[in-house]
Design a protein. Sequence first.
Length: 340
Amino acid sequence: MNLAVYLAKRLVRLVISIAAVSIIAFTLLQLAPGNFADIQRVASGATNIGSTGTEQMVGELTTRYGPDVPAWKQYLLFMKGAVTWDMGPSYKYATMDVQDIIETAFPVSATLALIAVILALLIAVPIGVFAALRQNSIGDQGTMFLVTLGHALPSYLTAAFLVLLFTATLHWMPSSGWDRPIHLVMPVLALALGPAAVLARYVRSSMLETLREDYVMAALAKGGRRSTVIVRHALRNSLIPLVTVVGPLLAALMTGTVFVETLFRIPGLGLYFASAAASRDMPLLMGTVLFYGLILMVTNLLVDLVYGVLDPRVRTVGGWGRSRPRRISTPAAAAQAPSV
């Protein structure tokens, strides 16, 4: 299977998956109590849609999702707008189109996620290497205990603890905002500590496996300096499979910062998603769900391609997508990697 055929198959699978996600999300919204007309009437009073939105926008909402429009037609109208990147106005934010909200909010979530992943790597790589080089020692067992503890704590609980410590007790940092660099500290820490624990465990397992490879043993037997062999051979090759974990992890953080953004009042896509879910803002909720799904699927595809470039074993005689070496493909699977 050559690269073009592999890409074509993956893109077809991506389109089918996005369609399935849209149908499931729309069906769940339909099955929830109330209907779109009721939601619009509630939103008119609760969010001042009548006063803040123009008559044209209110009319567009009624045309797309009014009580006289069948559910199947509402779905097709929305999907047509999603394909052309014109999803219409939001119920709650009547002066803004859904695509404009996504374009404004997603860079905030992406920035937060990217910084958190970089910090997680800076923490995880030294800890994983330290534990691997001191296998079964007190230091190894102690770091793995802290890693397990860090992985067990959800990000929103870590965020709440940081707020209690640095804001309520020490009064060092503001509890909300996005205007200054200091506003990044607690959200980034809350998002980075859990992934750092996952990555550290994965680095340790990968490093231990690489240290047992014949070429590493041969380099040490030939008199190579231990530090040089570890850095140039063992560590470098151990970090290549890390791409498999970091890619989906970055996508998961970009699409999973709902609780942290809501707690710290960060104007990212997670905050808008939580608001849309609470108010049953169908256009915004559907738009964010589809965008989240697209980000995850595209990232997974890019990770597979990059992994194939970095590891020639993926490109076997059979071509792309065949005879791949066993690898951990998700952060969740990485967390379950056995401790050697």
